[in-house]
Unconditional design. Structure first.
Length: 663
């Protein structure tokens, strides 16, 4: 062999190869996302030539851990090895799969088969000597009682004791201490752990300026604080406020986005900034920063988080315009270019130029906007149109903010192309608006849920389902009325563990749509509205019940556990969620106008329930109870009464005596 040929050989090699590891995102370029209390299920494809066994484990550690811990991987089938670990602390974890030739496991398996096959004593004694060699190699690595026990086993095997070779301690201690022959390691994969509220939360959006008890009077944060106990009592975890800053007057929009404002029109909160301040100021009529601080303190007292809207744009009157005109794009005549999406024009809004010559100062200032509100107790932010801003800015800004504050939650309002929405999630937005609003048929909902919850998308993209927003009033709600509002509420709250509603118009079934646009008429973005905050005929009682159901049932607090069930009627959708002993089955009539019935397929055995026994189902909405037998069950849903069931599969029963409903 020539020196050149020898130099071409690898310095080391292994018969073991790790050919796949999941979860990981884009080959490890981006972190996997989980939340506190979730489990990370690791699946590794590991192969070896021949018939030798493989040993594998996962090393996992939090960024603050002194040493990683190890979790064994077990062969599931073929070449697929599985294990899991729990994430319990905010911040960053890393995990890495290791695999090696399991010499002692291979020997032990073959020796057992030789004994079972009746091989002669001479051959068995020779095999015992080989096994003893493996154990002595393991003993050289061991200490204490393990070392003594390994040496004792090896000695007994050298004397021909077959029972010593068959001992399970050979496997237990041999695998623990044996040298890792042919050790190979997979990629080091990051898992970012978010707060539990990023995974499971109910959001409620409202305009503080519309909270006054007096119709037509501009509400304050003190008025808004009076609404918080009701919102808490309804079961919401986060109150989301549209922009709360001073509103510009130049090119101010009138009611329903009219190009000219009347003298009493308050303007759009998204046209932010005036002489008395910009992104770090509170509108004077809301009561200023002191009133905001009182509002946050009241929310904290009730256990509610406050989410602020961050919209990186300005009105023509914003202080930035005079102080830093270089932060905006200009026309050839020198004037600042306003926002437009031809033929639409937004003369009351100036977008920032993230590529301006002074971009570094702009980026630092925008980051300081988050920091200002964090200093006032805000940890949750809804970001307006992040897809129209620089992606590198978001990656840098969110990364820097989370370095000191891993408890931050960012909701991306990006109704745009899927790859852009996904990229924003990968770089740090831990909640996202979705296309849920426009998925209304059984086929659409099923396909979309599969994409969100049962593909690799679930490892980085956390959906937040909203049936409506101030910008979006879908035709389904317009023409479906109260029943449609109930249907979409149940779907949003049970399909996704994070959901939200633009509250007052939704609970009051205000479905008056603008004649030219898919949004509300008399839109609250442009005028102050007056609501009956304690209307017993509204959807408030149902909201209260559904949010309580969500809180009481852990199965509804996770996303990837959803499974769909066949129904012989395309107007009815059925899906279950199963976590531990908690099983929830949701059945919804998607037709808001007509009664629908059908047979739902629900196999008890698929949910770890014994075959041949009745199961008790408890409708948590209407409080009715039923006995089900077999795996096909009849349902009938009248939308004028209640278009949905949320069934709790309580337990197995063998006779009606075991069923409390019949006692």
């Amino acid at each position: 062999m020539s020196p050149i040929e020898r130099d071409s050989l690898p310095e080391s090699w292994s018969r073991v190869a790790i050919v796949s590891v999941s979860p990981q995102v884009d080959g490890g370029r981006w972190p996997v996302r989980r939340s506190v209390g979730e489990r990370v299920d690791v699946v590794a494809g590991i192969i070896i030539d021949g018939h030798d066994k493989i040993a594998a484990e996962v090393r996992v550690g939090h960024e603050d851990d002194a040493e990683p811990s190890t979790v064994p991987l077990k062969l599931r089938y073929n070449d697929e090895y599985v294990g899991h670990f729990d994430v319990t602390t905010l911040g960053s974890y890393h995990y890495q799969v290791s695999a090696w030739v399991d010499l002692i496991g291979t020997w032990h398996d073959q020796f057992r088969r030789r004994v079972d096959g009746g091989e002669n004593q001479r051959e068995l004694r020779a095999e015992l000597l080989e096994g003893a060699t493996h154990l002595r190699a393991a003993a050289n690595e061991a200490d204490g009682e393990d070392r003594e026990h390994l040496l004792d086993l090896a000695s007994r095997m050298e004397l021909g004791h077959i029972d010593a070779g068959l001992s399970e301690d050979v496997i237990r201690l041999g695998r623990k201490w044996s040298p890792r022959h042919g050790l190979v390691e997979g990629p080091r994969i990051e898992v970012v752990v978010d707060p539990e509220l990023a995974r499971f939360a109910a959001w409620y959006e409202f305009f503080p300026r519309s909270t006054s008890d007096v119709a037509g009077r501009h509400g304050t944060f003190d008025d808004a604080a009076e609404r918080l106990p009701r919102i808490k009592e309804l079961g919401f975890d986060i109150v989301y406020l549209p922009p709360i800053h001073p509103i510009g007057t130049t090119f101010r929009k009138g009611k329903d986005n009219a190009p000219t404002a009347g003298p009493d029109d308050p303007g759009s909160p998204w046209a932010m900034g005036a002489e008395d301040g910009g992104h770090k100021a509170v509108h004077a009529e809301l009561g200023g920063i002191d009133a905001f601080d009182r509002f946050v303190a009241k929310a904290d007292e009730l256990g509610i988080k406050v989410a602020l809207d961050i919209a990186f744009q300005t009105s023509p009157d914003h202080p930035y315009v005079k102080q830093h005109p270089e932060w905006f794009k200009h026309r050839p005549d020198g004037t600042i270019r306003y926002a437009e999406n031809p033929p639409k024009k937004y003369q009351d809004v100036y977008p920032f130029d993230f590529e301006s010559d002074d971009w570094q100062a702009l980026w630092l200032e925008l980051k300081s906007v988050f920091e200002f509100w964090m200093d006032h107790g805000v940890r949750v932010f809804r970001v307006d149109n992040p897809h129209t801003k620089s992606i590198p800015f978001w990656q840098w800004c969110i990364g820097e903010l989370r370095r000191e504050h891993p408890d931050l939650i960012f909701l991306s309002e990006a109704f745009t192309r899927p790859k852009m929405m996904h990229t924003l999630a990968k770089l740090g937005f831990n909640n996202s608006y979705t296309y849920f609003t426009w998925r209304n048929t059984k086929e659409e909902l099923t396909e979309y849920a599969h994409e969100l919850f049962h593909t690799e998308v679930a490892d980085f993209f956390r959906p937040n389902f909203w049936p409506n927003t101030p910008d979006i009033l879908h035709d389904y709600l317009v023409y479906g009325g109260r029943a449609a509002h109930i249907i979409r509420l149940v779907l949003a709250a049970t399909m996704s563990p994070t959901y939200g509603i633009y509250g007052p118009p939704y609970e009051h079934v205000d479905n008056r749509q603008h004649p030219d646009r898919e949004e509300y008429a008399h839109n609250e973005k442009y005028e102050i509205r007056h609501w009956n905050w304690n209307d017993s005929s509204s959807l408030q009682p149902l909201m209260r019940r559904i949010n309580r159901i969500r809180r009481d049932h852990v199965a509804l607090q996770y996303a990837r556990n959803i499974a769909f069930h066949e129904v012989d009627n395309d107007a009815i959708i059925a899906y279950s969620k199963h976590t531990g002993d908690d099983i929830i089955l949701v059945v919804v009539n998607l037709d808001p106008h007509h009664e629908q019935s059908g047979w739902v397929s629900f196999d008890p055995q698929a949910h770890d329930l014994a075959a041949g026994r009745s199961i008790q189902v408890h409708d948590l909405i209407g409080d009715e109870r039923y006995l089900w037998n077999g795996d096909r069950h009849f349902v009938k849903l009248n939308p004028s009464v209640m278009p949905a069931h949320i069934f709790h599969i309580r337990h197995e029963v063998s006779t009606e005596r075991d069923f409390p409903y019949f006692q």
